[in-house]
Design a protein around this ligand. Sequence first.
Ligand code: HEM
Ligand code: CU
Length: 612
Amino acid sequence: MATIEPTASGLSAHSHTEHAGTHQIGFIRKYIFSTDHKVIGIQFLITTLLMMMVGGALALGVRWKLAFPDTPMPFVGEWLFSSQGGQITPEFYTMLFTMHATVMTFLVVIPILAGAFGNFLIPLMIGADDMAFPKLNMFSYWFMIPAIAFFGFSMADPNAGPAAGWTAYPVLSALAESAPGSQTAQTWWLLGLTCVGVSSMMGSINYLTTIINMRAPGLTMFRLPLTIWAMFITAILQAFALPVLTAAGFMLLADRVFGTCFFIPAGIVVNNADPTVGGGQPLLWQHLFWFYSHPAVYIMLLPAMGMVSDMLSTMSRKPVFGYRPMVYSMSAIAGLGFLVWGHHMFTSGMNPMIGMTFMVSTMLIALPSAIKTFNWLATIWGGKPEFNTVFLNCVAFVSMFVVGGLSGIFMASVPTDVYFHDTYFIVAHFHYVLFGATLFGVFGAIQYWFPKMFARKMSEGLGQLHFLLTFIGFNGTFFPMHMLGIGGMPRRYADPYIHPYLEHFLPMNQLMTYSAMLMGFAQFILLFNFLYSIKFGKKVGRNPWNANTLEWAAPSPPPHGNFDVQPVCYHGPYEYSHPDWNGRDYLMQTDESMEVALAAEAGSSKDQEVST
Ligand code: HEM
Ligand SMILES: [Cu+2]
């Protein structure tokens, strides 16, 4: 694409020297302890995709127990539970759901959005040569490794893994005697959580500084693509909410290790141990945990919302409908997100007046969420979408988000939540938002930005096959959970069928498990497609989607320092299909006008296209 003249401006000289420099540094500095945001982004991406497989395997363990409670677990059952005839024990089941949620939340969804895509995209989309603090960036990736190790130790603990769920409510999580896994496993778990927290914190400071300070000339805040707005707002959420969780995690660690009693009340007796001295407040943990973890659900969603907005616009060849309302509604979601944490605690015995306040503030979030949904639909409406993998995944994002958002409103309302709380209804809800929305957005984003990472496209056929199987498997697994929840099936029970009123749910649970297996299998297609296409995908140039944002003006893959010419930004990111245009339907942010763009295109030498 010849939209930039390869004149030697100040930056191009600078980036060429840097580029030359990278050839001299060795393999280890270049690919392992790299400070290049793109390498770090790809490191995050590959690590999180592998963690997704781990988290998926743990989930299949949970599903196995619920569908075939009396059958030995395949592959590992005989080895792990030889004394139980190969059947999953209740302690192991508890570890499975705790670690599944932990891995998926802290090692997959959060780092794949902020870590992988945030890192890869932010400097490229704002026309910068790297992050503001490249070394900090490198540390933010390397802090994930002890996190993975600590969570791994926690899982492999001989006393059974952590037993308190991903929410780690005390006193279960605070008293070592309270459950087999609450001994050392829970301590490892808290250390893992701390490392994840430090990693994210370093990332968020870096993102904020980079976006505020390093935008290309002409790239005003209201010319930023929505992906960057979303990353920016997410980084603010992280910077303000995360310290609360990290501090709470330290306090809980102190309760376990140094005998403090922040969360332990007096006089509790568990497993015949001496009564606790206490004086602390278990509810304090719930407040601190959810003060972070409600905003965290937006940390797990907003970046995907931003990326989907950009992808839908490009794929539909239309501007995003209502750009500024999109920015304002993301800000509103984030701002309100700090006021609603109590909706996770309606059944904790809180004063009904407070419950009412949290209920109203939670319902208010539905407004900006609805604005975004209608804007996505209006973006597609009247466009000329190509039904490719990217588009299909984005449409799945929007529709699954609607399902998840609507079940959220049921739970936001105190009278219904008192019934639904801790049933499978809530499990349905958060999987629709976290998997149905976020991960479909991520699958689209992988396909969409892959050509920038590796100068090749991923296979479209495999991409659509992966989408189709995942979509069917996903809905087969999670939709019935609404019915189980309404039917009163509690979450986190190793053997729900001891209650006769749940026996008739067994066949439905089996259907869900078969669907989950299908979905798990489909992820191998994604992994194969990803790895295969790095080497054998179809070669493409700088801008294979005819998109407008700055990253598509850089060479593919971008060298160290990113751009061959300092990008200058002339307008917003969504200039598509203007009725007055002839010749082509998009105008890149670096194109001064359509005339200049077409002239540059005509004057470009062919080898420039190929050399990218
Ligand atoms: C319209 C938007 C939403 C509303 C009204 C809403 C409402 C709620 C409520 C009231 C609960 C607590 C239910 C209970 O404990 O009984 C809840 C739980 C949850 N929500 Fe949402 N939600 C919304 C969007 C989201 C989004 C966007 C995500 C993630 C991306 C999300 C993830 C979760 C998770 C993970 C839980 C469960 C936490 C747990 O107990 O393990 N929600 N939601
Ligand atoms: Cu919440």
